[in-house]
Structure formats: C-alpha cells, structure tokens
Design a protein around this ligand. Structure first.
Ligand code: AMP
Ligand code: GLY
Length: 443
C-alpha cells in the first residue's frame, strides 16, 4: 500500500509505482538518444538527466559533463538529483559494475550487475556457458598461452575466427582467411596486446556462414521477453566492404527472423541462456542482445551483449508500444511475466550519417543543418551520436554523427523514407552507406 500525500510519491516500498520520477541515462550515443526519446514518452517520468549526453539528448534531458566510468560522480549525481531510476546503457560501465555501485547506495538501476554483465565482458565465459548448457554456438577453444594458440592453428580449418576475450570497442574479432593472417592475429592480440588486457585470453572459433540477426530481449532474472528483431550493417562500405564499424545502419524487423526461427531461438537459446545465468548464480536483469547467425544447421549465437545495440535501439525502441519505464521496473522487480511487450505492426530503417574517414580518421566541428525537419509524430527521428553544441550551432563531434531513422508501413517504405530524410541533413564530410536494408529485397 502506498501512502500518497500528493501526486508525488517518494521512497515507498514499491518504487515501481512511483510517479513523477527523475530518470538518469548513462551514455552519449544514438542508442542513448533513442532510449531518452522513449523515456520522454513515459507517464511516470518528471525529468530526464543524462551523463554525458550529446546535443540531441540535451533537447530532452539535462546533460552533465560526467564520464561513464566516473562511478563516484555518477552515484553522487543520482543522489543529488533525486534519481528514481538510472539506466546504464553502454558496455564498459555495465561490465565495470556501475549498477552494483548505484545499488550499494540504495539507488535503483536498470542493467545487469557486474557478475551478470560478464556475459558480454568475457567471450571465454560466454562460450563456456553455452557449451555447458548446450546452447548452439560455433565450436571453439580458449587459450591463455600464445604458443599453444599458435600450435592449435596448424591443424585448424580456414577461415578461422579469433576473438579477444574482453571488451575491445567491437574491434576484437578477427576473421582470418590464411594461416599467416591467423598467426599474426594471435601475436597482435596476445603478445602485442593490441586490445590491452582484453587479449589476456583468446577464443579461437569455427567460422560460420549465414545471415546475421540481432535480437534484443528484456530479462528479469528468470523471465525473458523478446523485442522486435533487427539487422545491423557493421562494415563501413557498401556491399559489406571496408573496415568494421560500430554499425552503419539497421532495419527492423528482420524478414529472415521467421516464426520458425523465433520459436527455435526462444526454446533453445533465449530461455536457456537466462536459466543458465540463474543456475550459475549470475541472475541477469536488463537487456540481453543476442547476436545470431542463421546457419544451415539452424540459428547459432555469435555473441551476447549485455545492453541495447547501437544502432539497433534506434529502430526497435521507436516501434515499442509499452511504457519503457514500466518494462524496466518490471525487470528490476522480477515482474516481467506480467508485462505484454507490444510492437507496432510496421518497420523502421536507420541510416547512420558518419564523418568521411570513419572508423579510421576524420575531422570534427562542422556545422549541421536541417535538424529541425524531423517530426517523431510523423515517424521521422534524427538520433544524435557524435554531436555537440557550439557558438556555430550544433556541430559534428565524432565518427558516427547522426542516426536518421524513419518508420513506414513496411520495410521497403521505411527504407525509402529514411533515405529521403538523409537528404534533409547536411554537414561537410557527410558519409553514409547507400545500401542499408538492401537485404530486404532478397527476403
Ligand atoms: P562479434 O563481436 O562476436 O559479434 O563479432 C563481430 C562480427 O564478426 C559478427 O557480427 C560477425 O559478422 C563476425 N563473426 C563473429 N564470429 C563469427 C564466426 N564464428 N563466424 C563468422 N563470422 C563471425
Ligand atoms: N550494433 C552492434 C552492437 O551494438 O554491438
């Protein structure tokens, strides 16, 4: 029973029923802007804060210049601003234990604790978990010793995949076509420590072929609810050429994620993963992002992430009908079973506008024009990634600058809408892929 003295309910036992809540979002990219836009629609929310945020997020939230790994400052900020829920979006603070740091001070946070975020933080851990609980994934071996890894390569089948164990900004995966490339990769990861301590352990994995699908899910430690599927485009260039990036665009839903595939995944991958984590004493509350490959032998897990994807969130969240705060609170309170997740029966496409030269080197500080044309009520969103306010207006401030997102009644129309909206925005050195969602034509 909650005692209400006025419309504002403060520190009751049932924090989930608290109205007029202040929410803090931790992060600064397009994903965080998409989360902030969803939070802004919640009837439970009074005010949104974001650390450190960006110029787009600043239009709907009060941003403060605190870095995502400055845990003490974040905890202090949450206390000072009477934050009822902190949403930790990026991998580094999740794996580093920001949720634990907030909870230790009696604050509520959405995201897995450190002992569960290891699902993303250690590829060796996640592979061993899948093996132990029979969750389909590529065959693999784990090495802590470079000589043993090099020796193993002599009898390995090519191509072969090398993965640094820890977080490496999405760059710790090498697909090697020749033995020389693979030997060099082992050396770079394990001896030269190209990805730092992430390379203390190495996973060597069988190469799989098939279509990739990203499936985001909410988990409350025992129940798992699946969001609409998506597909990312990781390479910088058209036709999946060039270097790997953080993601150049997405579409949702994926036409390749059929009911048959979904049923298989739910039974053999999703629920078993949540159950496995619980059985290991690592109850997972938050978002599990399943990176799947639809192989000839059925769907297999490529990777787990312990968070929303970027730019997957940009196409999935605008289509979600639920109040996001209600869903997140249900995850924290172990009540997800009571929530019916609902998505609009339409589609969305996100085209990332980057700075020419990304992901290697690029210039920042160019003025961005055309941002005022977007109207979410009409299904057009411009999520900011690398932007900042300056005396010249909003300027580019990163490799990935904006995520231009549009909805449509179907994928083809959403794609046409997104590419039309791409033309509304201009800045010097604007670069984007022209083929986001091309795969739709093969469905
Ligand atoms: P990950 O960070 O583990 O998702 O790997 C990044 C990308 O590398 C994936 O999105 C895939 O395109 C590719 N990849 C990872 N593991 C494999 C594998 N075993 N076989 C083929 N491609 C892979
Ligand atoms: N889009 C892939 C990721 O967020 O890791």
């Amino acid at each position: 029973m909650i005692l209400r003295t006025d419309a504002y309910v403060w520190k009751t036992d049932a924090a989930s029923e608290r109205c007029n809540m202040n929410v803090l979002i931790v992060g600064s990219g397009g994903r965080e802007h998409a989360i902030a836009a969803s939070v802004a629609k919640s009837e439970k929310v009074e005010k949104i804060y974001c650390v450190p945020g960006n110029a787009g997020i600043a239009e709907i939230a009060e941003c403060a210049d605190i870095k995502v790994m400055e845990f003490d400052r974040i905890v202090k900020f949450a206390k000072k601003h009477d934050i009822g829920l902190t949403i930790v979006a990026p991998d580094d603070p999740l794996v580093g234990g920001l949720v634990d740091a907030l909870e230790a001070e009696g604050l509520r946070a959405f995201g897995p604790r450190k002992n569960a975020a290891i699902l993303e933080g250690s590829k060796a851990f996640s592979k061993e978990l899948m093996k132990k609980y029979n969750i389909p994934t590529a065959a693999y071996e784990v090495f802590t010793d470079a000589a043993a890894a090099l020796d193993y390569l002599n009898s390995a089948k090519l191509p072969i995949v090398l993965k640094a164990d820890g977080l490496a900004l999405g760059k710790g995966v090498l697909i090697c076509n020749t033995l020389d490339e693979a030997r060099n990769g082992v050396k770079e990861i394990m001896l030269d420590k190209k990805f730092g301590t992430a390379g203390n352990k190495l996973v060597i994995e069988e190469f799989m072929t098939g279509r990739e699908v990203s499936v985001l899910t909410f988990c409350d430690g025992k129940t798992i609810k699946v969001m609409s599927s998506a597909q990312d485009h990781k390479r910088a260039g058209d036709g999946d050429t060039g270097l790997n990036t953080g993601g150049m665009g997405t579409f949702s839903p994926s036409p390749f994620y059929t009911k048959k595939v979904a049923d298989f995944c739910k039974k053999n991958i999703f629920q078993p993963t949540v159950d496995a984590m619980a059985a290991e004493g690592r109850e997972f509350k938050g978002v599990i992002f399943f990176g799947l490959m639809l192989t000839e032998d059925g769907p297999k897990v490529l990777e787990y992430n312990a968070r929303f994807g970027d730019p997957e969130a940009q196409v999935v969240l605008p289509r979600m009908k639920n109040d996001i705060i209600e869903v997140m609170e249900a995850c924290i309170d172990g009540k997800l079973g009571k929530i019916k997740l609902e998505f609009e029966d339409n589609a969305a496409v996100c085209v990332v506008l980057a700075s020419e030269g990304y992901p290697v080197s690029y210039t920042k500080g160019y003025t961005i024009e055309g941002l005022d044309k977007f109207n979410a009520d009409e299904g057009y969103y411009c999520f900011h990634a690398g932007t900042r306010k300056s005396s010249k207006g909003i300027v580019t401030n990163g490799g990935r600058v904006l995520g231009v997102t549009a909805k449509g009644p179907n994928l083809r129309q959403a794609r046409a809408n997104a590419y039309e909206a791409v033309n509304w925005v201009s800045f010097e050195n604007k670069y984007f892929r022209k083929d986001i969602g091309k795969a739709i034509d093969e469905a």
